[in-house]
Design a protein around this ligand. Structure first.
Ligand code: GRF
Length: 201
């Protein structure tokens, strides 16, 4: 039986789409559920196009809807892919060690509350760091703090602005996240990723 994966989203859903594309019909993991805190998230259209069940959370801070949906779909792994709110503590407790997040920088730097979207890339550029990248990590009660499972690095190039850097990072996100899910499916739980994900740009 494939590992049942739920993906939580708040916006665009390009990582969801990359995951759906990477997991063919015979893959050892299958996205069975998409959860969103926003009814207007474009990611929900991507879920519908893929024939995936979705739930819009009426109260994203309450655990009841989360747990009911995760139970209903017998979810083994919860993936946060552009989910911008905190996951309720009861959900973290029930799924401890089985929730992963993708972050568009090299944690432990450039993470934490408020560090999402353009702000992350602006902070990287302002720091003068020669490289950035993406991180997949376990999720606990604190934003961006859980154990790091894998990273992919990209250079910061002369003339970069936040949009150019974001696009370069996103390209590796779209390969790092499927690699993390496939590694989890092979091991039965999230584990460190060993295959390197290189920048193609
Ligand atoms: C990605 O950069 C991800 O790392 C971050 O939020 C963004 C989501 O993009 N957590 P998308 O919705 O997957 O296109």
């Amino acid at each position: 039986m494939p590992m049942h994966v739920a993906v939580a989203v708040s916006g665009r859903g390009s990582n969801l789409e990359a995951l759906l594309r990477a997991l063919g019909p015979d893959a050892p993991a299958r996205v069975v559920l998409v959860l969103s805190n926003r009814a207007d998230a474009p990611a929900l259209e991507r879920a519908a196009a893929g024939g995936i069940a979705s739930v819009t959370l009426h109260d994203h801070a309450a655990s009841g809807e989360w747990l009911a949906a995760l139970d209903r779909h017998a979810v083994d792994l919860l993936v946060l892919a552009g989910y911008l709110k905190l996951v309720p503590a009861e959900v973290i407790a029930r799924y401890r060690g089985r929730i992963i997040n993708i972050h568009p920088a090299l944690l432990p730097k450039f993470g934490g509350p408020g560090m999402y979207g353009r702000r992350v890339h602006e902070a990287v550029l302002a720091s003068g760091a020669p490289e950035s990248g993406a991180t997949v990590h376990l999720v606990d009660e604190v934003y961006d703090r859980g154990a790091i499972l894998g990273q992919a690095r990209v250079p910061v190039l002369p003339g970069d602005d936040a949009d150019r850097l974001a696009a370069r990072v996103l390209e590796v996100e779209h390969r790092l996240l499927p690699a993390a899910v496939l590694a989890a499916a092979a091991a039965g739980r999230p584990v460190p990723i060993h295959e390197p994900v290189e920048s193609h740009q």
